[in-house]
Design a protein around this ligand. Sequence first.
Ligand code: SF4
Length: 481
Amino acid sequence: MFGISMPAPGGSSPDAGAHPLPVAQLVFDGLYALQHRGQESAGMAVSDGEAVTVVKDMGLVTNVFDPRTLSGLPGHLAIGHTRYSTTGSSTWRNAQPVYRSTGSVDFALAHNGNLTNTVSLAARAGMLGGAVTTDSDLMAEMVAARLADRRGAGPALVDALAEVLPLLEGAFSLVAMDTSLLVGARDPNGFRPLCLGRLGQGWVLASESPALDVVGASFVREVEPGEMVVVSKGRLRSLWPFPEARVDPRLCIFEFVYFARPDSRLYGQEVHGARRRMGELLAEVAPVEADLVMGVPESGLPAAEGYARRSGIPYGQGLVKNRYIGRTFIAPDQRARDLGVRRKLNPLRENVAGRRLVVVDDSLVRGTTQRATVAMLREAGAREIHLRISSPPFRWPCHYGIDTPERAELLASGRDLGDMGRFLGVDSIAFLSLEDLQEAIGAPGGGFCDACLTGCYPVPVPAHLGKGVLEPAVAGGPGCG
Ligand code: SF4
């Protein structure tokens, strides 16, 4: 998710803070840096001060936008998005940003995360099933309804968002815009990241800090949980639309484990360093005699580096990743994921044959990726395989924007280490504890969501979320003590 507001041509500042590249190109570059956050569809909305133009389609950022498309999107203000589906199917209709025109206001909106009260909100707003296909669609409908009531009076989009956001529950970081202003917001728990940067006299919002780096923006700070930032006429102001009691920082701990780029900074910590420390601690708590430590590319590599450093066992490459293949975990169905593993990874036989391997991976969800990987390493002649996971067992589904399966499909749910090891075909298996994971991240004072690891959900979730059945909310959860 990306947003940018540059000075409008002919603005009050002497050089108008002009950037040599058009905003559409900058959004493209920012989204390209954030491609790992979603690979199903990409889109952007651009304003030239008069109208908002939206271009979006299925596919990667480079599939959706080419130089010709970008050159047809003049403007000084834009938002962009890459999507992988959590609520709503993987179709063009659900690509973001979503756009609405109320007659007096044109606006676009894009969001990361997953609402937990979509069904009740839609029902309360009198929307029929099928009329709203995604969380973002619902948000846009609610904002549009308020804008229509206002009949164009006042700074409409900001007011409408400030009314709608407190009604939403769950995880949402969003960017929104009309023809002249840019808005960024995080839910009161701040499940999904969003940071703020400065580019000349302009402002930039991005899900992760590397997207600021690639467009040449300097990191200013993270948008705070519960904060709404508004950029208008080159000036930035903060609003706090949520009741104070709801503000409780719970950044997704999985951003550190797997999801974020290694060069991202979250809670002031570089993700790569945190992953390396996870591996170091793993070597302390789960040592083993072996000949080679190898990581499962890409997100297992820093922890493998840390494991090797702390254990003194040589570090080497045991798998080659086809760098043109996307992530399997965020592929939309099992068939796509299964095909993805074999396409993505291939063993380096000379490094593997006859060796006792420590294979380090960041997490274990279904176990299908690791099972296929272990089989490939055995075929390549590995003598022993000791699997080390640099996070705790993933036992509970996520309802806040990471598309994980039901409990029954989670390998660690209801299985002990022996069962998991047998299923995966490894000689031994060990995980990092939650306490060690938090120590490795080392973000003092930073609160985390760890519901998928503990079963303690910071925001109540309906029992059958995602199936369209609203049941009494599950407050907290079994892991809350
Ligand atoms: S449940 Fe897990 S994956 Fe989902 S937001 Fe919480 S920590 Fe992240």
